[in-house]
Write a protein that binds this ligand. Structure first.
Ligand SMILES: NC(=O)c1ccc[n+]([C@@H]2O[C@H](COP(=O)([O-])OP(=O)(O)OC[C@H]3O[C@@H](n4cnc5c(N)ncnc54)[C@H](OP(=O)(O)O)[C@@H]3O)[C@@H](O)[C@H]2O)c1
Length: 369
């Protein structure tokens, strides 16, 4: 018998295992699993990437034999019960002969929710859900997957870093340092998580960002989406921007309008650079419509995007209900230069069930709007 303290620590471990799939499992969830015999963990597994075996099957395969009498399986998400890219995990669990399964949280998809648990229970297995606190943690981990399942839509996350007095740039048009090392590392971690990243033309012009996630052992480039109605970022004096000229240039796309596409010189430059142009609908002012971002994500089969602003694009996404999830970084600095640039008033957009983190001298609050 496992006591509640041991069960809680094993759930900690399955969540750590699940996180090993960080950013690689989209559109699938991150899932971890382990097998316990006589209180000892004898095998672990996780879902490494889309198309790879599921966590439970990975754990059975690591074990390489039948689990012993009395063994238990821990899995962070309800086992799947349907044929997808891989056969149902409920079949593998039944075949293993295991009799006890601890589950982190149920499947959010209303079509599947509790089906896997029922199948296991009906075959005589003991199935236990984790504590409410651990269910919340396991559910939260896969907030993108859950959103996709429940809303049948990609998730648009907006990141804004602002000073204590609500500024997003010390001097408009000049790159500025708002947050410090820990918060910046945290942003890199989230860049690594999302399959796509997005900014408006203004940020490309002023900051020349790379929009990659950079670590000592890896540089990761998500699909980079630039919203640029008139292709101003392909003007002859500015088109040497990093996102158009680095080794990942073929991972950059520009959402533009018919007006942008009428600029032959800029269209030719995009061709030379290997950057894709995607025509989207425009609003009454001639700008790319804010909901074009969601349509583009659907078109490119991306289940989520991390939009890094800037403030003009952010305001327009927020004001049209096109932000699902907000990452709000707050620094204690005050920018009082007369040309300091203010961000959208985020007080108007309260975050539900916020997660709050202290990152050195900075703070992060994130959650659904
Ligand atoms: N602190 C932060 O978190 C943060 C993040 C990013 C940037 N910044 C700062 O923000 C400054 C740039 O600000 P910005 O507002 O110019 O950048 P931006 O929001 O990245 O770009 C704005 C431009 O995007 C284009 N756009 C296309 N469709 C749009 C739509 N539907 N709604 C709104 N814009 C649309 C517009 O140009 P067209 O009309 O030509 O298409 C617009 O001028 C820089 O100083 C940068 O450092 C701060």
């Amino acid at each position: 018998m496992l006591d509640s303290g041991k069960i809680a620590s094993l759930f900690d471990r399955v969540l750590d295992l699940a996180r090993l799939g960080w950013g690689n499992t989209h559109p699938n969830p991150m899932v971890g699993a382990l097998i316990v015999e006589n209180g000892d963990v004898v095998a672990e597994g996780y879902h490494k990437e889309v198309g790879a075996v599921h966590a439970e099957v990975a754990a059975f395969s690591t074990l390489g034999r039948k689990p012993r009498e009395g063994a238990a399986l821990f899995v962070s998400l309800e086992p799947c019960s349907t044929h997808g890219r891989t056969p149902p995990c409920t079949d593998a669990i039944l075949r293993s002969g295991i009799k006890k399964v601890y589950v982190g949280c149920s499947d959010p998809n209303p079509k599947h929710s509790s089906r896997g648990l029922d199948i296991l229970r009906e075959s005589g297995m003991s199935v236990e859900l984790s504590s409410e606190k651990d269910q919340n943690r396991a559910t939260r981990l896969n907030f993108v997957f859950n959103h996709n399942m429940l809303k049948n839509s990609p998730l648009i996350a907006l990141k804004m870093a602002e000073t204590k007095n609500g500024m997003v740039a010390e001097i408009q048009g000049v790159p500025s340092r708002i947050t410090e090392a820990e918060a910046r590392a945290n942003m890199m971690h989230w860049r690594r998580f999302f399959p796509a990243i997005c900014v408006g033309a203004g940020t490309v012009l002023s900051d020349d960002p790379s929009l990659t996630a950079r670590f000592p052992a890896e540089t990761w480039c998500p699909l980079r989406i630039i919203v640029d109605s008139n292709l101003v970022t392909l003007g002859s004096l500015v088109s040497d921007r990093v996102i158009y000229t680095d080794q990942f240039a073929d991972r950059t796309i520009i959402l533009t309008t018919s007006h942008g596409l009428s600029r032959q010189d800029r269209v030719s430059r995009a061709k030379e650079l290997g950057v894709r142009l995607v025509e989207v609908a425009e609003d009454e002012t001639g700008r790319a419509k804010p909901d074009a971002l969601r349509s583009a994500l659907n078109q490119f089969e991306m289940n989520a995007v991390y939009c890094e602003g800037g403030p003009t694009l952010a305001r327009s996404l927020l004001n049209t209900g096109n932000v699902d999830y907000l990452f709000k970084y707050r620094s204690p600095k005050v920018f009082d230069h007369e040309q300091a640039l203010s961000g959208p008033d985020l007080h108007d957009f309260p975050i539900k069930e916020p997660v709050k983190e202290s990152l050195g001298e900075d703070y992060l609050t994130h959650g659904f709007l």
